[in-house]
Design a protein around this ligand. Structure first.
Ligand code: UD1
Length: 432
């Protein structure tokens, strides 16, 4: 079992190169099977969620050719089953994007019903509402969602809640429906725009992605393309807040600063300096940070995927901060772990009341989920003494070479898999 061990208290300083966006890549990989021609996708992050989805795509018969760590060629002409195995959905929820992709292309698909997950119950009613509006018959039986249509037709759909996943799934199916679909109250996240751009580069006709009304004129066929995934705004944000929490000076490179505005403005509000250039953002924080209030919201609001990272930063800021989680109900599970490091946080319903402390102290903590795991690493890097973060498989789902990138910024962090390696790190660090 791999763990991270780190000695905290060292400001992170330097430059870090941000990888491709995991959440954009998941949609794009699923959509890549919608043509029988070969599609080349570049700037894929080398993280476990992507690797599992590629296995799922191979599992239904598509040809997957991994050119290198960040590039893949996919050919969907050999797809032999329209039914996905449970093992994939169990490992990665987003494999349900194959539902929209297969339904669009073959007018039929079957995917195991994804359950809840560590951050909440996660219903999929809006996805199903969209498929039905496009003319598909949707049934839930024997633990599967089965959807089938003689033909899909354009529709005018109003989503009841803003959902990234439902917007992606319905957009893919509608891209190959007959006629025009209008999606209202659509999600506006950068990866929705990236997926729409990808589909358009394959011959789809999608307009308005990035606004809350998306217009899709269906086409009967999609073709090959070569496409580069956008940078990961959440990975970038994680390093920006790691810089803030450790009072460091970090330039995140290969980013789209516009996608980071909600984060940059909060960092400035709590006392950091933020400098933007064309494709980089520098964050440096020399003085003690101070409190703020946050409510997570769909893009362009403050992202729920950055809530644990800013909460760790606020745990070390002066004054009392209030963080309201409005997207997922179970996203404060890291608070108990953080409290063991000396943070003062009280959770009431979907709100965390954070009273800043002068310092955190190292402890053995466990990652409850992907982003909370990264936040606990930030806490460990800011804390006095040694911290061990367990269950890093969650972190590896979404952060490429996380410990290496942190080491390059001066962090004393190692990934260890044996007690001996752990002991060696402790011995070395306590001897210094
Ligand atoms: C995506 C992201 C995830 C991020 C989340 C919110 C991917 C692969 N994952 O997840 O990292 O935290 O957006 O930015 O891109 N909802 C319904 N019915 C539905 C669908 C969603 O009620 O049919 C609710 C959810 O319970 C949640 C809210 O809508 O409260 C937003 O969820 P959604 O945007 O769908 O999140 P995901 O696509 O699952």
């Amino acid at each position: 079992m791999e763990r991270y061990i780190m000695k905290g208290g060292i400001p992170l300083v330097g430059e870090v190169e941000i990888s491709g966006a995991k959440n954009a890549a998941l949609g794009i990989l699923a959509a890549s099977i919608m043509t029988d021609e070969t599609v080349t996708i570049d700037n894929l992050p080398d993280v476990s969620d992507i690797n599992v989805l590629l296995q799922a795509i191979e599992g239904i018969g598509a040809h997957v050719n991994r050119i290198d760590r960040h590039t893949v060629k996919i050919n969907g002409s050999g797809i032999r089953t329209l039914s996905l195995d449970y093992e994939y959905i169990k490992k990665i929820r987003a494999s349900y994007y194959l539902l929209g992709a297969l339904l669009g292309k073959y007018k039929k698909a079957e995917v195991p019903l994804p359950g809840g997950c560590n951050i909440g119950t996660r219903p999929i009613d809006q996805h199903l509402k969209g498929f039905r509006a496009l003319g598909a018959d949707v049934r839930i039986e024997y633990g599967f969602i089965s959807t089938e249509a003689t033909h899909l037709h354009g529709t005018h759909l109003y989503f009841d809640v803003v959902s990234v996943g439902a917007t992606i799934n319905v957009m893919m199916a509608a891209a190959m429906a007959e006629g025009t679909t209008i999606l209202e109250n659509a999600a506006k996240e950068p990866h929705i725009v990236d997926l729409a751009n990808f589909l358009n580069s394959m011959g789809a006709n999608i307009k308005g992605a990035g606004t809350d009304v998306i217009r899709i004129r269906g086409v009967s066929k999609l073709h090959s393309t070569e496409y580069t995934v956008i940078p990961d705004q959440i990975e970038a944000g994680t390093f920006m807040f790691a810089a803030a929490a450790t009072q460091g000076d970090v330039t995140v490179k290969n980013v789209i600063p516009k996608h980071l505005e909600a984060l940059s403005s909060k960092l400035m509000e709590i006392g950091c300096q933020v400098e933007e250039s064309d494709d980089a953002v520098r964050v440096y924080c020399k003085n003690k940070l101070h409190n703020t209030h946050i409510k997570t919201l769909p893009y362009p609001g403050f992202p729920t995927d950055m809530q644990p990272q800013i909460s760790v930063t606020l745990a070390l800021a002066s004054g009392t901060s209030i963080v309201t989680e409005s997207i997922f109900e179970n996203r404060f599970r890291y608070v108990d772990e953080l409290s063991r490091m000396g943070a003062k946080i009280k959770v009431e319903g979907n709100t965390a009341i954070i009273t800043g402390v002068d310092k955190l102290s190292g402890a053995i903590v466990s990652s409850p989920d992907l982003r909370a795991g990264a936040a606990l690493v930030i806490a460990g890097l800011a804390a006095e003494g040694i911290t061990i973060v367990e269950d890093i498989v969650y972190i590896q789902r979404g952060y490429e070479r996380f410990e290496e990138k942190l080491q390059n910024l001066g962090a004393e962090i190692e990934k260890v898999s044996t007690e001996k390696e752990l002991y060696k790190f402790q011995l070395r660090e306590t001897a210094v």
